[in-house]
Design a protein around this ligand. Structure first.
Ligand code: LLP
Length: 415
């Protein structure tokens, strides 16, 4: 693909320079149509049995996006009290929220319990804490199915080397603690890891998970987690994650389980990235270009404070160059360049030695697929304010959905 921006008409007639002038750069720009389309795809994952997709809001918790998820009929999962609070604020009823925390305090568990939000406990210790606080109640447990997957070791959340979930060998203890505190284990959940591009790791994990599920009597729900991938190399024609193939290949596995188990519990998934990643790009400005000892650099205002993923995981994000509101394509000539931010860290790199159309000072750059774990992991390092977010709505209007932080915001917490 030559240009994702042109291919899908990302800006829907809005001029990138106008957006930059009105809202400043760096700027997260979202495309509502892409967002809704992705959300609809995850909703169709399981058709034959009761199913809900829980949007995993850690990937992007902008209130406007949560309202769209609600409108699209998604449920949601939360990792913290504030994630539960913002979901309630967005209008999600408690029964459509699933609290899937890790190492939380009694206060956090109490918030969920008092708001009738189903909680999953991810260690025997936390299950015991929950049992002591709320004997006789219902909860879920997060099981580590022993199979992990993901784009980087930092995002693999199952298997033998992870802090998450309860190991299969400890399941007897789950039953003992549940009995001691008269807890009903209403559901079990897993999350194997984040970003796989083929269904196989997920299929292997659900097979194994359903084998484990048979040990739990009368489950109301079984949650398979998220992790469905995004084609971050779309400009090199990387194929998207084939959710229809996953759906088809899951069906016989579910059939077999339902037959053996004697009933179909509610199946759930927890996708984050798949819903939001492709719906957003970051618009930034090139403030300087230079050559250092033979290496060409393009210095932008998109630092690791704006997008942490390349620095944290060496993640790849495709980049497009915009000059005079037009995408500059590679047929006009390319060069190998390192695209950096404006943060005082050598690791503040968006792309290292990347072949790109020749970049000039004052160009705009668009960093693609930034909607997941982009803004939600951004920071105000170097006292740079967090950026604004704008949504290009279905009818082509540009709507501010979060204003830029100000210096006053930044200093408002000092005593
Ligand atoms: N459920 C649980 C319990 C999770 O821990 C996660 C992600 C998800 C669902 C959603 O996973 P997704 O569908 O988005 O892959 N910051 C990293 C990703 C960390 C994922 C953490 N857990 C990144 O930027 O790649």
């Amino acid at each position: 693909m030559n240009s994702y921006i042109n291919e899908i008409d990302f800006f829907k007639g809005n001029k990138p320079e106008d957006l930059a002038a009105q809202y400043g750069t760096p700027l997260y720009v979202y495309n509502e149509s892409v967002l809704r389309q992705q959300m609809r795809k995850v909703e169709g994952l399981i058709k034959k049995y009761p199913y809900t997709a829980n949007y995993s809001i850690k990937s992007n918790s902008n209130l406007s996006i949560l309202k769209i998820a609600l409108e699209e009929g998604l449920n949601a999962d939360a990792m913290s009290v504030n994630e539960m609070r913002i979901l309630l604020l967005a209008g999600f009823p408690a029964e459509r929220i699933f609290f899937v925390p890790n190492n939380v305090s009694s206060e956090e568990l109490t918030f969920a319990h008092d708001n009738n939000i189903m909680t999953s406990l991810d260690s025997i210790d936390q299950l015991r804490r929950f049992g002591k606080l709320f004997p006789g109640s219902r909860c879920a447990v997060r099981i580590n199915p022993g199979v992990g997957a993901g784009h980087h070791e930092k995002v693999v959340t199952a298997g033998k080397k992870t802090k998450f979930a309860i190991a299969e060998e400890d399941i007897d203890e789950v039953f003992e603690v549940a009995k001691e505190y008269n807890l009903t284990i209403a559901g079990i959940n897993q999350h194997v890891g984040s970003l796989y591009m083929v269904p196989d790791p997920f299929l292997a994990a659900i097979k194994n998970f359903l084998r484990i599920a048979r040990r739990f009597p009368d489950l109301e729900f079984v949650d398979f987690g998220g992790g469905f991938g995004t084609p971050y190399h779309k400009l090199s024609d990387e194929a998207p994650f084939d959710i229809d193939k996953l759906s088809a290949e899951m069906e016989p596995i579910l059939d077999e389980f339902v037959k053996d188990y004697g009933k179909a519990p509610l199946f759930k998934s927890e996708p984050g990235r798949y819903c939001v990643a492709e719906s957003s790009l970051i618009l930034g400005r090139v403030h300087a270009t230079k050559s250092n000892y033979g290496h060409k650099y393009a210095g932008t205002d998109i630092g690791m404070n704006v997008l942490a993923r390349p620095t944290l995981y060496d993640s790849w994000h495709d980049i497009e160059i915009i000059r005079d509101n037009e995408v500059v394509t590679s047929d006009k000539g390319t060069e190998v360049v390192t695209v950096t931010g404006n943060i005082c860290e050598s690791g503040d790199l968006l792309a290292k030695d990347r072949e790109l159309p020749v970049i000039k000072t004052d160009d705009l750059v668009a960093v693609l697929d930034a909607g997941a774990y982009g803004y939600s992991m951004s920071s105000s390092y170097n006292l740079r304010p967090k950026c604004a977010e704008v949504m290009i709505t279905g009818d082509g209007n540009a709507k501010l959905i979060r204003r830029r932080e100000t210096f006053e915001d930044l200093i408002s917490l000092f005593c």
